[in-house]
Ligand binder design. Structure first.
Ligand SMILES: NC(=O)c1ccc[n+]([C@@H]2O[C@H](COP(=O)([O-])OP(=O)(O)OC[C@H]3O[C@@H](n4cnc5c(N)ncnc54)[C@H](OP(=O)(O)O)[C@@H]3O)[C@@H](O)[C@H]2O)c1
Length: 306
């Protein structure tokens, strides 16, 4: 099969289209013929050498896939060849490829209303948003949430999940994304380059932080007592949390086929839409990563494989 691998850390030029053996599905795994794979910031962060050691090289990048089950290992009962599935891969396997063996428990049926390109845009970004605002943030109907980075891959799902749950949503984004973020359901879309969110958002139950740094630091002042900052990037300061009688958490997203199934039902019900900003063929994975890392992209960047 063809796959895009790296043999050294560096810029997009280290991504190389290569031929390697097609994996065999082991016990509890399905072999998926990949139709599309999406690109996430973690891919270029690994490629740049920030996340894993040289002992992992060579490696195939990519955590998100959609495609069709080609075969099943022993013990798989949920899926059969021909089923359309999507999944967040564990970090030990790669999605920029024609095939991947995936744990069946990490897969879910692809939403019937999506094509493969849009389905591949969902798993990592949507599971991150779901786990951040519900599993870690405990967001419930009637609460107030402030989402930083609302026009990106994760943020655009977080806004829609929070609205579907019945929360009031404040969201920060660039000026060019204001209408987009409003169209996702945000009650207040705040241009972070021209307005201070502290002047607009008050008594917030949950700050969902996809930006970190100064943005996280400034967010303590908008929380209500007992509120929480949940970040994908930076552990919130325990001292600041105590000072503001609030809480903080940082987490890593985990594959979860059951949650992905629930997200798929919201998509098929028309409650959540998937924004794909750019699509590239697999052989242009370097251009796709460059687009996400260096340009302004609204929503997700996807690789079309088949
Ligand atoms: N811990 C985990 O397991 C986990 C999982 C998923 C993602 N992450 C991390 O979470 C972050 C977001 O992921 P993503 O996929 O959504 O990235 P993305 O698609 O690149 O989106 C990031 C968004 O943040 C916006 N932004 C940048 N600075 C901002 C600011 N000061 N205020 C408000 N918005 C700002 C960007 O807009 P402009 O382009 O207009 O600046 C962009 O729309 C990444 O750093 C990623 O690595 C972590």
């Amino acid at each position: 099969m063809q796959s895009v691998r790296i043999h050294a850390f560096g810029g997009p030029e280290v991504l190389a289209l290569e031929t390697e053996p097609t994996p065999d599905p082991q016990s509890g795994e399905v072999l998926v013929r990949i139709h599309a794979a999406s690109v996430n910031p973690v891919d270029y962060k690994i490629r740049n050498g920030g996340y894993v050691g040289e002992d992992r090289l060579p490696l195939t990048l990519g955590r998100d896939i959609s495609g069709v089950v080609e075969g099943c290992g022993p013990g798989v009962e949920e899926f059969k060849p021909g089923d359309a599935v999507y999944a967040l891969l564990t970090p030990d396997r790669g999605g920029y490829a024609e095939f991947v063996a995936v744990k069946a428990e990490d897969c879910a049926a692809e939403p019937a209303s999506l094509d493969h390109v849009h389905a591949a845009a969902v798993p990592l970004a949507a599971l991150t948003a779901w786990q951040g605002i519900f599993d870690h943030g405990g967001l419930s109907a009637g609460q107030r949430v402030l989402i930083h980075g609302a026009a990106g891959g994760v943020g655009h799902f977080a806004v829609q999940f929070a609205k579907a749950r019945g929360a009031t949503v404040y969201a920060t984004c660039s000026g060019q994304d204001i209408d987009f973020v409003r169209s996702l359901g945000a009650d207040e879309a705040i241009d972070y380059k021209n307005r201070r969110f502290e002047d607009i958002a008050r008594d917030i139950d949950l700050v969902y932080d996809l930006v970190a740094g100064d943005t996280q630091e400034r967010s303590w002042s908008v929380l209500r007592e007992g509120g929480i900052i949940v970040s994908t990037l930076q552990e919130p300061s325990k001292e600041k949390a105590a000072e503001h009688k609030a809480r903080g958490a940082r987490y890593m997203t985990k594959p979860d086929g059951a949650e992905l199934g629930e997200i798929g039902r919201l998509i098929d019900a028309g409650d959540v839409r998937v924004e794909v900003g750019k699509v590239f063929p697999l052989r242009q994975a370097a251009d796709a990563e460059r687009a996400l890392e260096e340009e302004h992209v609204r929503g997700k960047v996807v690789l079309k494989v088949a």
